[in-house]
Ligand binder design. Structure first.
Ligand code: NAP
Length: 248
């Protein structure tokens, strides 16, 4: 397979696909929402800030694209009723889901385990790992209604490495790899595939929080890493499941 950063999506590559993206208000999720809409998808852009969601939707000005559906959902605070309402709204408006991208994440605190603030740990684990589980749980009936559905977890280098003091960010990314592989196995006889994608170093808010001294200008921009997600969401990745894919 060619490196994903050299993959060139065709125009309308995602036409007819209904794709839910979390963390679509900033960074990679925002760039992906815009790219997917431009490639013909019906994007359901989810985020915790309604104004930022509207601003993302307004960036797609091509009249031939489908207007984004906006799904305000704070993954830290959402309860069962919010997830049920979300699934009902998607069912009512679109009847199914063809793609689900677990992109939203927070860095959380980095500290030795023995000094870790417990509430901060729980908060990061909830946003990064529990919320993708709950969202998947509610979306699976909709994904199973698609003839070709794809779930993508946003992964990173530390999902396969050990680094001291990285706290819940590292643990949640390892957990998500396990969830991805387990879910792929559970769904191996279905039309739903499940993979994770590591976009690599990208100039975003979370990257700056993690590495404030890095040279931002030398980093790839969020729009540059969307191709890999598009590949995993498109028909080109049919049959691929349970894989951890690196961008480069
Ligand atoms: P980012 O710019 O900080 O974006 C994070 C997104 O998650 C934002 O839209 C943020 O919303 C959202 N979010 C945070 N907490 C939320 C909550 N409680 N409810 C709903 N949404 C919430 O970072 P990014 O780099 O684009 O990160 C996207 C993914 O890529 C993450 O999973 C990250 O681990 C992964 N990744 C990034 C890099 C990199 O170098 N940037 C490398 C490898 C992997 P707000 O706009 O409201 O803050």
């Amino acid at each position: 397979m060619q490196p994903l950063n050299q993959y060139q999506p065709q125009p309308n590559e995602l036409q007819g696909r209904v794709i839910l993206i979390t963390g679509a208000t900033d960074g990679i999720g925002k760039a992906l929402a815009i790219a997917a809409a431009t490639l013909g998808a019906q994007v359901i852009a989810s985020g915790r800030n309604q104004k930022k969601l509207e601003a993302v939707a307004n960036q797609v000005t091509d009249p031939s694209t489908l207007p984004m559906a906006l799904l305000p959902l704070d993954l830290e605070k959402a309860g069962p009723a919010d997830y049920e309402a979300m699934a009902e709204a998607i069912e009512k408006n679109f009847g199914r889901l063809d793609g689900l991208v677990h992109n939203a994440a927070i860095l959380g605190e980095r500290a030795p385990i023995e000094h870790h603030d417990i509430q901060k740990w729980l908060r990061a684990m909830h946003v990064n790992t529990n919320a993708p589980f709950i969202l998947t749980r509610h979306c699976l009936p909709l994904l199973k209604k698609s003839s070709d559905a794809s779930i993508v977890f946003s992964s990173c280098d530390i999902a396969t490495e050990v680094r001291a003091y990285w706290g819940p960010y590292l643990v949640s990314k390892w957990a998500n790899e396990g969830m991805m592989r387990m879910l792929a196995d559970e769904l191996s006889n279905s039309t739903v595939r499940v993979n994770s994608f590591n976009p690599g170093t990208t100039n975003t808010k979370i990257r700056m929080q993690a590495f404030p001294a890095e040279n931002r200008d030398a980093m790839q921009k969020p729009a540059a890493v969307t191709k890999g997600y598009v590949f995993l969401l498109s028909a080109h990745s049919q049959g691929m499941t349970g894989q951890h894919i690196n961008n480069n």
